[in-house]
Design a protein around this ligand. Structure first.
Ligand code: PLP
Length: 385
């Protein structure tokens, strides 16, 4: 990403700043108005109605488009509405592939839509080469990827799957929530859409729920914008302002959080009470080489398994002082979650088992606290198992 990313870093810090035509405010004003005056009955200005377009939402969309090297972006009310939005490009006969270990909300959405007959879905293990080549014979219309996956940090070769998808005429959408564009740019790797729960790293302060979908092709972007307006799922002005405000520090946050995460992952890897660590920044992780190839860093999310099953996992959580027990991620504060009952509680036991989510699995989002304090907190809690 090199120099290109350096100029993006500068553009991101200054996005929308100093453009205020009214009072020359440095920070952009928030336009809460739901409607805008027409000049005459046949002539309107740039904006007419807030669901369709809004200056704060546009500023955020333009910045995300720049960061992801896309042609346009639709900012939505949540990550889930961004994921749902892309499915509107397809008819009921279209087959959609999604990872068998995807975020449980994505799994719930796609499987229930399929049950209603609104689309067809097949959940597959994208790391199983044989399963993938068999599956592609069914000619999917859309391939959804999530890399790294939630919660097992499994990486999928976006470039390889995109090539395969193109060969059967399928489009590719990648959920880039766990990394953000400062660590991975799916459109550069051949995908057609990059999707975010902006709730996470992009906003970064655990005070907005939002989403975004960036398209590579203008035509797709126009269709998505049409559907978002039609469905009424565009993001609010205030949330858009907050998200762009949070994004100004995205590079600095990710650099610091990732650097701490690397130290924490090494600590976990060497700890006798930890039986497995899922973090693609560790040479022992199956995704290590792919991480070097398609990401500019491993990010700040780690999952691990403690020895002793459910009771040990419960004890670790109950004895931590710095980590808060909450299902989200990507904020400035460190969070811990228990995937079997929290993020993935909606999945059946069988589906969880198939996805590799065990009862001793914990997922942590490393925040901006001192890495020494974070490691000390984990260490003290492990001592009580
Ligand atoms: N995608 C991933 C990978 C997630 O982790 C989440 C939420 O945790 C979502 C999508 C959904 O985002 P939201 O909660 O903003 O709707």
């Amino acid at each position: 990403m090199g120099e290109d990313m350096t100029s993006k870093r500068t553009s991101l810090v200054q996005a929308g700043m100093g453009d205020d035509p009214a009072y020359k405010s440095v920070s952009p004003p928030i336009y809460l108005s739901s409607t805008y005056c027409f000049d005459t009955i046949t002539q309107k200005g740039k904006y007419d109605y807030g669901r369709t377009a809004n200056p704060n939402r546009d500023e955020l969309a333009e910045t995300l488009t720049l960061l992801e090297n896309g042609s346009s972006c639709v900012v939505t009310s949540s990550g889930m509405s961004a994921i749902d939005l892309v499915t509107n490009l397809f008819n009921a006969d279209a087959l959609i592939f999604a990872p068998n270990d995807c975020y449980a909300g994505t799994h719930r959405l796609l499987s229930n839509r399929a049950e209603q007959g609104r689309l067809k879905v097949k959940f597959i293990d994208f790391l199983d080469v044989k399963e993938v080549s068999e599956a592609f014979k069914e000619k999917p219309a859309l391939v959804m990827l999530e890399s790294p996956s939630n919660p097992l940090m499994r990486l999928v070769d976006i470039q390889e799957i995109s090539k395969l998808a193109k060969s059967v005429g399928a489009l590719v959408a990648v959920d880039n929530t766990f990394l953000s564009p400062v660590r991975q740019r799916p459109l550069d790797l051949g995908a057609d859409f990059s999707i975010h729960s902006t709730t996470k790293y992009l906003n970064g302060h655990s005070d907005v729920v939002g989403g975004a979908i960036i398209s590579k092709k203008e035509d797709h972007g126009n269709q998505l914008a049409w559907w978002a307006n039609c469905l009424g799922i565009t993001g609010s002005p205030f949330d858009s302002f907050m998200t762009l405000r949070g994004m100004r520090t995205l590079h600095a946050r990710m650099d610091a959080q990732e650097s701490s995460a690397m130290k924490v992952a090494q600590f976990l890897y060497n700890h006798p009470k930890i039986s497995k660590v899922y973090y693609p920044g560790l040479p022992s992780d199956p995704g290590y080489n792919l991480c070097k190839k398609q990401q500019s860093g491993p990010g700040a999310m780690i999952s691990f398994e403690v020895i002793g099953g459910f009771n040990s996992a419960k004890s670790v959580i109950e004895n931590l002082k710095i980590f808060q027990l909450a299902p989200s991620l990507g904020g400035v504060e460190s969070l811990i979650s228990y995937p079997p009952t929290m993020t993935h509680g909606g999945m059946s036991e069988t589906l969880r088992r198939d996805a590799g989510i065990k009862e001793n699995l914990l997922r942590i989002s490393i925040g901006l606290e001192s890495s020494e304090d974070i490691i000390q907190d984990l260490s003290a809690s492990f001592a009580l198992i």
